[in-house]
Design a protein around this ligand. Structure first.
Ligand code: CP
Length: 326
């Protein structure tokens, strides 16, 4: 379903809130634009002037290492001014609502908010209340969506493995609580993946997950057979209110990625993880740090992908669909 809140009256991307419903061409525009930003990170002077004079506020109501930091680096490489609101020390702790916090920062002429919140729908709520010249990027909302993570994952896959149409994917772990998995599934199916499998215990698979266009497996060895890309997920213990696994040891035995299980995948399969990783719970260190792992390149690519997203929605880079320049 197309999320019209994400586009302006001319069909140009205005906010990035979810992958669901985004046209394939929009995803390709972001990936192609990110390619052009990779070289910026390799120069001695790692800056371009596309967002000079613009103000970006990182508004993270939930903890983050990779997303917050790479958004800050990305915005600085685009020459924007960046503020990281320390939410724990902000007036949120005195009862100020999210919308009041945003309105006050908007009064300081913020152009773009990067928002992470524990509630699903928080970024949509804010996007509905900001004026037309203000842009929102969802940096993760509850169990709902993490679109920039999925896009950097797609970028990593395209760089390391090529055409989505020729590849089989396995997303492994806590599918039920994962906003990353939901966004990855929408991105992979939109980009024409040959097959997307999800592997998890029954308790961590959403009801009717097949309706998302994926094939569910509860046997990890069967699900990994002949796949090209293994996308591991973190066990989201902070979102669990009850017993979803019988024990951590049993979970690792059945669903932890070890070299032995990885041998079921194609010999040149790559291993991905969005981080933070629980070593020894969902992934063995020998695999996380091994030759098939692209986990750290994912982080590096995240900068170029987030530069592309901000430049496109601010109108600072051309898109095949929108085609405007600041
Ligand atoms: N992948 C991811 O969102 O990591 P952070 O929580 O560190 O931002």
């Amino acid at each position: 379903m197309r999320d019209d809140l994400q586009f302006d009256g001319h069909g140009r991307l205005r906010h990035l809130l979810t992958i669901e419903g985004l046209p394939r061409q929009t995803l390709l525009d972001i990936l192609n634009t990110a390619e052009s930003f990779i070289s910026v990170g390799e120069r001695e002077i790692k800056k371009v002037p596309l967002m000079r004079g613009k103000t970006v506020v990182n508004l993270f109501f939930e903890s983050s290492t990779r997303t917050r930091t790479t958004f800050e680096i990305a915005a600085k490489r685009l020459s924007a001014d960046v503020i990281n609101l320390a939410v724990a020390q902000s007036s949120t702790s005195k009862g100020e609502t999210v919308l009041d916090t945003v309105r006050n920062l908007e009064a300081m002429h913020t152009d773009l908010f990067v928002v992470r919140h524990r509630e699903s729908g928080a970024a949509h709520l804010i996007a509905r209340h900001v004026p037309p010249h203000v842009h929102i990027v969802n940096a993760g909302d509850g169990r709902h969506a993490h679109p920039t993570q999925a896009l950097l994952d797609m970028f990593t896959i395209r760089r390391h493995k090529g055409d989505f149409e020729k590849l089989r994917f396995a997303i492994v772990g806590d599918i039920l609580h994962s906003r990353v998995a939901r966004s990855q599934i929408h991105a992979l199916t939109t980009l024409g993946a040959a097959e997307v499998r999800v592997i998890a215990p029954r308790t961590l698979l959403p009801m009717a997950v097949e309706k998302l266009g994926v094939h569910p497996y509860t046997d990890m060895r069967a699900g990994l057979h002949d796949v090209d890309v293994v996308l591991m997920l973190r066990l989201q213990r902070e979102r669990m209110n009850g017993a979803f696994i019988s024990s951590e040891q049993e979970y690792f035995n059945l669903y932890g990625l070890t070299q032995d299980k990885l041998e079921r995948a194609k010999p040149d399969a790559i291993v991905m993880h969005p981080g933070p990783m629980n070593r020894g719970l969902e992934i063995d260190s020998a695999v996380a740090d091994g030759p098939q792992s692209v986990i750290l390149p994912q982080v590096t690519y995240g900068i170029a992908v987030r530069m592309a997203i901000m430049a496109l929605i601010m109108g600072g880079a051309e898109t095949a669909t929108g085609g405007r320049r600041a």
